[in-house]
Design a protein around this ligand. Structure first.
Ligand SMILES: [Fe+2]
Length: 207
């Protein structure tokens, strides 16, 4: 018989918020443990269809549940803080870039499989894609206030760097494979999610 309550979202968020000592190491361990049981964590997010759902926003911690549509590729961007990405369904393809003068140069890639955790340094520039035919699911953790921190996004067609916005992030997504069906995901606006949580009386900054 399957044990009950193997993954508790509230407990996970609280544990991440209270991670002691080396926060990166502690949060990485919590994330690795959470995604080690994909059925349990998936049950917790059953019915969650949004491409991005803000789970926690605090001055030193942001946690987002991310589902990537099949064949989507989001534009290059940075986070300006340490980040951890834990995949529990499907595969995420991360491409990395470095800045050379006014253009971005490819600097490698990483293929995240179920159960993998990717750690990105604060100066990382990456794009994320779902090359498969199923929707992915992952937990993305940022060791800072991702919503309130100025950062950058690059136009995938011109390489122009502009201040990050969710609007540009979603309008600049492209098909990973132009020859395959592609359905543009709906905009997920983190600021709107924060405002919605606050007006509903659930303090989105207090998790
Ligand atoms: Fe990212």
């Amino acid at each position: 018989m399957r044990p009950m309550s193997r993954f508790c979202l509230d407990r996970f968020l609280a544990d991440c918020a209270q991670a002691p000592g080396s926060r990166l190491r502690a949060v990485r361990r919590l994330l690795k443990t959470a995604i080690a049981d994909p059925d349990a964590i998936e049950a917790c997010f059953a019915g969650e269809e949004a491409e991005e759902k803000l789970l926690c926003r605090a001055p030193n911690l942001t946690i987002v549940h991310v589902r990537l549509s099949p064949n989507v590729r989001f534009p290059p961007h940075d986070h300006a803080m340490l980040s951890l990405i834990g995949s529990y369904r499907g595969h995420e393809l991360h491409r990395f870039f470095r800045r050379e003068s006014r253009v971005l140069r490819s600097s490698g890639e990483a293929y995240l499989r179920e159960g993998d955790v990717l750690v990105l340094p604060p100066n990382a520039i990456h794009s994320v894609a779902n090359p498969s035919r199923i929707r992915t699911a992952a937990i993305h953790i940022y060791l800072g206030d991702l919503v309130g921190t100025p950062r950058s996004i690059w136009n995938p067609d011109t390489s122009a760097r502009v201040p990050y916005s969710d609007f540009d992030y979603f309008r600049w997504c492209r098909p990973e494979d132009p020859d395959r069906p592609f359905e543009r995901p709906a905009l997920c606006d983190a600021h709107a999610q924060v405002n919605s949580a606050q007006s509903a009386g659930t303090n989105g900054e207090d998790a």
